[in-house]
Design a protein around this ligand. Structure first.
Ligand SMILES: [Zn+2]
Length: 143
């Protein structure tokens, strides 16, 4: 089943991107960050994900961002609304199936939690994203 955007009103909003493009023009380059995974407890950045349908997508800027944050970078490939796999941006880059990608991300969280917080990562396999989003919006006064 294809993944759906959980909150289209919020996540399809291009206000800031359009503002940047129209204000600064095409020569002041910028890009959206697709996804930055961070720790639930301390908010440390854990990994950077770039999403693309192109397995050969250049990752020059993302690589610099990830290097600056000292976190791994993954290119996550998708097609027809499905995450199909990706690659771990490492030399040489390592192609990954979707489950391998999910395991690597979970491992990163587990390693961080053990190293920094001295406790295992709480796996939330069956997390209801819609309920979580609604709870977070109520908490933040957005709903
Ligand atoms: Zn942490």
């Amino acid at each position: 089943m294809p993944l759906e955007i959980q909150n289209p009103e919020k996540y399809l909003d291009r206000t800031v991107q359009d503002w940047h493009r129209t204000t600064f023009g095409p020569f002041d380059k910028a890009m959206d960050i697709d996804l930055l995974g961070f720790c639930n407890s301390c908010s440390d950045p854990l990994y950077l994900l770039e999403a693309s349908e192109n397995p050969s997508k250049p990752l020059t800027v993302c690589r610099k961002v990830a290097k600056g944050l000292k976190i791994p970078l993954f290119l996550v490939l998708h097609a027809n609304g499905e995450v199909t796999g990706g690659r771990f941006d490492h030399k040489p880059s390592i192609p990954l199936q979707r489950l391998q990608l999910e395991e690597m991300i979970t491992d990163l969280r587990e390693q961080h939690n053990m190293k920094k917080h001295n406790r295992p990562h709480k796996r939330r396999k069956y997390l209801n994203i819609k309920a979580w989003t609604e709870r977070a919006e109520r908490r933040d006064g957005l709903a």
